[in-house]
Design a protein around this ligand. Structure first.
Ligand code: GLU
Length: 473
């Protein structure tokens, strides 16, 4: 029987959860869910200088926001340092590792000699078979692993295929530093083994590390987990992803107004595919996910596509859910006037949302679109809207106001009928009335249907806003 699938996400807490890390986590999560297994979270915090508690929180927060829930408590790699040291010593006892007392000057010289001989600069195995009785006094040794001297080390990778590394190119790398702390290469293996990890999914910048890690697995006689090294995300131009091209933390995407389900859907498509499906739920992704579906070529980040997926999710979402997201975002990015307006006009905003949703690609745009509801008078009029408010248009608005004052039934149908009659009487197209009306009532040229707007903000507010523009000299 195959053992339960265990994947893990192993970020180094030196900054926010960046978009590449989020995608790695997404794949690890989807695979674990698909297989009825677990995804564990290991915080690789052994670099004490660069690791911060704030980064740990930012990573957890980013994962939670994306809905990528890990199983059990997050594991601190630093907290396992004594276990790493024990295994390093066990490797010595098994004859697979040894203490090395070389000084920095000796190591420099070794590298120089290798370079002069036209070889890659690396450790030459000086202490590999030397008797420990020759150890210099007062020198704290490092522990190095005995890498195989010949043959191949093969990484069987679900994405990259069989990747062959020549053993002669690997030196006896350090597994425990002279201060007793483990190196990354060693800690990862001990942790993955102890955590029962069966599948490692990570960026292909770790592919050469995989060969070294296999040396440690073999030395301990441990099973090597299955591996999938995924190509990194590139910018639209094919170059390494830069900040401008989207190399940002997931919280930056939240602050730009993307929905977590849209970002999750988009990230899934970045490096993985299922036929030509572009839009799918997480349940579908889990159902369809397989390591074989991971793409070998580098993915290119495309904001236009992300926006269009986000627009789709905004259109499909329930208004009360979106309302909550708008409130949270207005608060997070400090748009306090919007926060106040949205809060004070909840019922109107909820009623307006079905009209606003098809017009917004991000939650920030949705907030902008909702502003006409709570904007205070006289409304700020944007430049495109101002251009519509010519003297002629203002005089037409005067007729509109007279008509509306006499209207008993303030419904979309009644307003619509009255406006059509007026347009006909004046020999104008309905649009000639509607455009300046929209400008006066919303301050913009884009809004929901203008009669809907009038019903949403009500008779008094509509007439007052019209008055502000008509009476303006
Ligand atoms: N901590 C490593 C990183 O953030 C990942 C190590 C791994 O996945 O094996 O790049």
């Amino acid at each position: 029987m195959m053992s339960q699938v265990v994947t893990r996400f192993a970020p180094s807490p030196t900054g926010y959860l960046h978009i590449g890390g989020a995608r790695t986590a997404l794949f690890s999560w989807a695979y674990a869910r698909k297989m009825g297994g677990k995804m564990l979270l290991r915080i690789e915090d052994t670099d004490r200088e660069r690791s911060t508690e704030a980064a740990v929180e930012a990573i957890k927060d980013g994962l939670s926001w994306l809905g990528l829930h890990w199983d059990g408590d997050a594991i601190s790699q630093f907290g396992r340092a004594s276990r790493h040291a024990d295994i390093a010593h066990e490797l010595i006892a098994r004859g697979h590792a040894y203490k090395c007392y070389c000084s920095p000057a000796e190591l420099d010289q070794m590298r120089e000699e290798a370079r002069a001989a036209g070889k890659p600069p690396r450790y030459n195995g000086y202490w590999r078979d030397r008797d420990q009785s020759e150890a210099p006094e007062g020198v704290a040794p490092v522990i190095r692993i005995k890498s195989p001297l010949s043959g191949d080390i093969v990484v069987h990778d679900h994405v990259q295929g069989e990747v062959v590394f020549k053993a002669e190119n690997l030196d006896d790398f350090i597994i425990l530093r002279s201060d007793g702390t483990p190196t990354y290469m060693h800690a990862v293996v001990v942790d993955d083994h102890d955590m029962g990890v069966t599948h490692i999914i990570r960026g292909d910048d770790h592919l050469t590390n995989a060969a070294r890690q296999i040396v440690v697995y073999n030395a301990m006689g441990w099973d090597i987990p299955e591996m999938a090294h995924i190509p990194l995300i590139h910018g639209p131009d094919g170059a390494k992803l830069s900040k401008r091209h989207g190399a940002l933390g997931v919280e930056a995407y939240r602050q730009m107004g993307y929905l977590p389900e849209a970002l999750r859907n988009y990230l899934a498509r970045l490096g993985w595919s299922h036929d030509d499906d572009e839009i799918f739920s997480s349940e579908q992704m889990i159902e369809w996910f397989s390591l074989d579906g991971l793409n070998k070529g580098a993915a290119r980040f495309d904001f236009v596509k992300l926006e269009s997926i986000n627009g789709h999710y905004i259109r499909e979402a329930a208004p009360d859910y979106l309302y909550g997201v708008m409130i949270a975002l207005a608060e997070e990015v400090g748009r306090l006037a919007d926060l106040e307006g949205l809060t004070a006009n909840k019922a109107t905003v909820l009623a307006a949302l079905p009209e606003l949703q098809p017009r917004a690609k991000t939650i920030l745009e949705l907030i902008d679109l909702a502003q006409f509801i709570y904007a205070s008078r006289p409304l700020p009029i944007d430049s495109a809207a101002s251009a519509l408010l010519t003297p002629d248009a203002r005089s037409v608005l005067g007729d509109v106001r007279d008509l509306l004052i006499g209207l008993n039934d303030w419904s979309v149908e009644a307003i619509d009928a009255a406006m059509r009659t007026l347009a006909e009487a004046k020999g104008l197209k309905l649009g000639k009335l509607a455009q300046p009306l929209r400008a006066a009532l919303t301050g913009r040229t884009v809004s929901p249907g203008i009669f809907e707007v009038m019903v949403l903000i009500g008779r008094d507010e509509s007439l007052a806003r019209l008055g502000d523009q008509i009476d303006m000299k």
